[in-house]
Design a protein around this ligand. Sequence first.
Ligand code: MN
Length: 426
Amino acid sequence: MDETHDSKLKSWIEVNENSDFPIQNIPFGVYSPKGGGDLHVATAIGDYVIDLAYLDDAGFFIDTDIEETEVFHEPTLNAFMALGQKAWKEARLTISRLLREDNTSFKDNDELRKIALIPMNDAEMEMPVDIGDYTDFYSSREHATNVGTMFRGPDAALMPNWLHLPVGYHGRASSVVLSGTDIVRPKGQTKAPDAEKPSFGDCNRMDFELEMGVLIGSGNILSEPIAVDEAKDHVFGFTLVNDWSARDIQTWEYIPLGPFLAKNFATSISPWIITMEALEPFKCKSPEQNPKPFDYLNNKKDCNYDINLEIHLKAENMSESHIISKTNYNYLYWNMAQQIAHHTVTGCNLRTGDLLASGTISGPEKDNRGSMLELSWNGKEPISLPNGEKRTFLEDGDIVTLKGWCKGKGYRIGFGDCKGTILPSA
Ligand code: MN
């Protein structure tokens, strides 16, 4: 850790104690001015967005790997992410220093403040990354056990491979959307267990999945796997992920090749990417693994993180959101270094901008479950909302918001919101 992690750091920009974006965070995203204008790379502090393209034009990134590049003028983070870890750290350090209360070079430059310091309400957040490939894992033991118990019974809940490898599938990148994008209820083929024939129509078991996404910064060359203890250096940062799921479509289609249309209509991500540097103080041990994994999966460095997670649901006629689940990223059995090592062990190449989602994150208790499928136990145990309504799966007009944050000493490293509203099928 370095000076950017000091919990005593204060900025000349006012930051509320409960803000997701104190000076210790320094997330990266892409915004455009609400009145119209170019997309630029930005960071967030308190209730402000800071345009990094203008800070670069002002010469603040001289003598870093960002100098001579135009990465902050790009409409996505990909070019910046491709520069690698040294550039990411230099950017973080430069921004941290510029925002400190005793630094006047940006604070006292009125012309620059006028264009580069933008109230969040005047900024339109944009898709931060051009995502090339999207992989979804299934790494929460509690989630896999819950789902397995519902479909196969408690004795065969985990498949024989589950404790030996991080199970995953290749998802769809084209439909990864930014938080705030409406989610249209999909249509598809379904078959009720007692029905003789399948039918075609609206999905009736619309669900969310609370996940965390890893965004790859620097990739690997084809046929050169990433070693488990080097995996973290390839990661640019984390984002919240809602892997929307059509459970009735999934049940009918998933054997033998796994989820297909049940997952390909939309996946939401939060707009700010929280870097590995920002998360460093919240690193923690992974759950103990038994049996011991193969050497290629056996990481010696801790690579798990203490990140509080919440799912909020707001039905159409509710005035405010209601928390339906609280869990933590640190419940994951397989950590992201193991996921990356496994993904590439065949020689498969990851590229800048690839998204690797954790899989639904559930914890040991009922109110730690990360999907409606589990919260309502496959529709058998409806949950109650404060307005008296019950839910087994999502209804049209429901708004689902995921939140995440790490609790620091006097500050929190937040992720912002990952939000989506269910619209009736087209
Ligand atoms: Mn998923």
